[in-house]
Design a protein around this ligand. Structure first.
Ligand code: PHE
Length: 340
């Protein structure tokens, strides 16, 4: 009889399943009302006295091992089900991560910075709220100079001193010259403000990158070569022309056009049928500006240039309305996801 019980104990120990029905059937078979264990308990009174001890011990062992087996199978099944509940199927493909997109202004700004940093320009930044000296006077635009009207200004305070929103990042170049000795090679990206009507082509807030190069014997030739390098890198176009112009802080001054071409209808529209596009202003730094910033104009010369980022981004991405940049419309911004 005890051998029979031992055989059942072996059976219990070897039993394994991950199905809830099988565990239940197993429990009924051994521990149920009409199960094997109850049969043995009923049998107990018929067992000869001298065997009762061993028999009882063996039956108890069977009972304990059957109970332990049911418990352990149930709990391992529960942890499995729980994992599924919390994490789902761990082998399923991951949910795609919704990455953001860089703003087109930032993309173009970074491209411009990269191009100039490859030829040794560093990046300088300054405050958006400026005083009169850094935005105008130091740049050869003394009080009442008519050229101040070229850039309609937002004033924050006019007495005792003019405090204003900078109209260009040339103000950063003044600060840079005041704080650093020549030679200087720096570009100044940043946001600028002009009191202008908002339309598809102009806005009262926009972004600029201005550049400044000061060293001994810097000539207009160096400026032109730098511009050709820049336009080739950014637009893949090296045909440029310089039109004489006027800026108070440069002499001589020029406006830079690149030959964009006339291949598509958009080319006709954006170049007004000429194929040429104006992209920036530039010139040789006026000796007065150098003097104002404690640089000796007899020893040093330099060139400067400045461009609007929006304008260039509109060209590169064929964006027809400058206001798109500031509306934060996701349908617009998401188109730049794949860019740098
Ligand atoms: N500061 C000028 C502007 O805002 C651009 C410029 C910079 C022109 C440097 C010449 C030289 O329009």
């Amino acid at each position: 009889m005890t051998d029979k019980i031992r055989a059942y104990i072996d059976e219990v120990e070897q039993f394994s399943t991950d199905k809830i029905e099988d565990i239940e059937n197993f429990r009924i078979k051994f521990l149920g009302k009409k199960g094997i264990l109850n049969d043995f308990f009923a049998e107990f009174k018929n067992v000869p006295n001298e065997q009762k001890k061993d028999f009882g011990k063996a039956v108890n062992e069977l009972k304990e091992s059957a109970q332990a087996k049911v418990e352990s199978l149930k709990s391992s099944l529960e942890t499995k089900l729980e994992d599924k509940g919390v994490y789902g199927d761990l082998t399923r493909p991951a949910e795609p991560i919704d990455i953001g997109a860089r703003h087109p202004i930032s993309i173009v700004k970074n491209q411009i910075i990269n191009i100039f940093s490859n030829i040794g320009f560093n990046v300088s930044e300054g405050p958006e709220i400026e005083n009169d000296w850094h935005n105008f006077t130091a740049l050869n635009l003394p009080e009442y100079h008519p050229a101040r009207d070229m850039q309609d200004t937002f004033f924050i305070q006019t007495n005792p001193e003019d405090i204003l929103l900078r109209t260009h990042t040339s103000s950063v170049q003044v600060r840079y010259m005041e704080e650093n000795k020549a030679p200087i090679r720096t570009i100044s990206p940043g946001r600028v403000f002009r009191n202008e009507d908002i339309s598809a082509r102009s806005h009262c807030i926009f972004h600029q990158v201005e550049g400044l190069y000061i060293d001994k014997n810097v000539s207009f030739k160096d400026l032109k070569q730098t511009l050709i390098y820049f336009t080739t890198e950014l637009f893949g176009k090296s045909k440029i022309r310089l039109r004489p112009s006027y800026f108070p802080f440069t002499e001589p001054s020029a406006e830079v056009d690149i030959y964009w071409g006339l291949q598509t209808e958009t080319d006709y529209r954006i170049t007004k049928g000429t194929g040429w596009l104006e992209i920036m202003g530039c010139g040789m730094v006026d000796p007065n500006v150098l003097k104002n910033c404690n640089i000796d104009p007899k020893e040093y010369t330099g060139f400067a240039f400045g461009m609007g980022i929006e304008r260039i981004a509109m060209l590169l991405y064929q964006i027809g309305d400058i206001r798109m940049f500031y509306e934060n419309d996701l349908r617009f911004l998401e188109q730049f996801k794949s860019s740098l």
